[in-house]
Ligand binder design. Sequence first.
Ligand SMILES: [Zn+2]
Length: 654
Amino acid sequence: MTRVLLCLAAIAAVSPALGADPNTPTVTLTPEAATVAIAGQKLSAALADGKLTLETPARPYHLTVSILHGDGWATPERCTRQPRPRRSRDAAQVSITYPVAGEREFVVELAAYRGVPALFVTSRLVHRKHAAGDYYYWSTDATSERYAFPGEGGPREATVDLAQWTTLPHHDWLFLPGDQGGLAVLPTNMAGRAPGAEGSFYLHALPRSTLVGPGDALRASFGLAGVESAAAAAKVSAQARRRRVPALALVSREAAKPDYGPPAPDWVRNAGVYNLYYRPAAQWTDDVVQERLRHLPFIVGSTPDKAALERCHRARVRLLHYVIYTCLLDTAMQVREGGTVYSEWLESIDHERRDLKDHPDWVCIGPDGKVQKDAWGQSHGHPGLLNTCLHQPGLQEAALRQVRLLMEMGFDGVFVDLAGPTVECYGPKFGKHTHPDPTKTNTEAYAELLARIYQTVKRYGRDRVVMQNTCTGVLPGQWRWCDMQMLEAFPFGSESGEMTATWPELQWAGLRHAEAVKHGKLPVLLPYLSKVPEARVREASLFSFAYAHLYGFLWADAFTLHDRPEARAFAMELYRVRLGKPKGAPRTSGTTLYRAFENGLALLNPSKQPVTVQVPAGRAPLADVGYGRALTPSGGTLTLELAPESGRVLLRKP
Ligand SMILES: [Zn+2]
């Protein structure tokens, strides 16, 4: 009842002027839908379920959203709040909020702008309470077997393979031809087409999927217009981009602005590169430290060996220590069920105090009342690796005790693995143990421990640091309690040599975390370079290295490049690169991005074509890292050829 009254009240407030100029954007509300219109086209969102209808002169198009929920899909439920229309002389907008299962909200904003004959959709899947991974997509009822996209001399056309799922390359616009004219799509991320003659086109969010923190959102935004031809699609895209339509920006102005806390110490902010070396104490020899570790400002290791730490410190290399608390070993169960107690556990300082065999009350209890075994451990031969109940004061004390012992040994910080959301514990429901604050989730109890870890580390000096790894992304809400957050397997994973993120997603990450970098916090990249084909490994390594430097992130490779004999010399050259502080923001030249630093330049060609670029580069010769040569600028400008999807690093010679 209340809902109907609210919607009726809204109709009176924004009824459109009759006989208005068709180029004036309008917004209307009825009890069933919110609609924006311009230039003879209308886009409506149903208040019952968030379905969109685009009415064009040729035909209507329908769009529906599918939101991942457990093993299935959820759709928006009837909106419970009055839609919010906004109208000015040059723009008409309306925002509709729908509840979605899983304590989420789906916000759809429709917009139209004078001078741009297209309609725009910005959708945001907002997490109200909890951080969780999320994924959704919009599907259309456009089913064409061909599509057009921008090419160098004008629109180009391609056909889709009807036998399989097709991911379309990212472009500023796509044209999906129909019987008359067709649909212009202005996407911010990747689009694709389902298989079969009737397979429909769909649009992904940007990024396609990610970990979404409380108050933050996963956004999918795009423009739509019925147009006569591919050339008309190109024109409307140019008009929208000139108008700087917010729906086509990669990062939303509404993105959560968390409390960043104090900046990381300067030695981290100036590091540029770091690395990971997870080896037992016996492999931290003088030779290893001298041959490779000493060229890096800091290392993350997993051995609490005093001699290894001293060797690193003598070589002026700082050392962080690996810790993990969301899963621990029950050594008795591990042996009983056929596993072995591995060296990392046996070497780990104070491990006896964290052995779950003596602390059954610290074990996470699953929804079935049984011990919750760690999913990774189960598939990697560790049957005794169990998830933990982070509510338990004893477990929190044991964790903090390990951190204190490491700090007292002289480690420069800790690396907290699996710092993202953890599995829920149902211990109290089955009478297994109690939770001091039963209103908190296991993840919320863990957040308290993460805060205490940071406070404990900083008690030993502001120069000590905390790096977190959620494994799936950077959580802006967690910056308060760490100096660095890792982007693991980004943009190259350990499974294949293909990039794990698309260029729009890489740009999104760079822009999304720019605010954190400004506040002195560091996203740290960890691409794995072991599976990149030999012919591409130099370009791929330099791509990830230049990308990290362009956006102010740190770079590491877990020595995956060093472990490839053919790339070892190049790896050593890369580990030694110190570009220093940036001189200004990243700049563009055509599709190439570049940034000047105290000691050189980083360049990136994200396109799939080779490019020739001219950049200001001073007068002195520059070492072309990885190419074994020096380049001399002519008249202060350097002309360079960049391979497709490659980076370049140019170092001023000392
Ligand atoms: Zn519990």
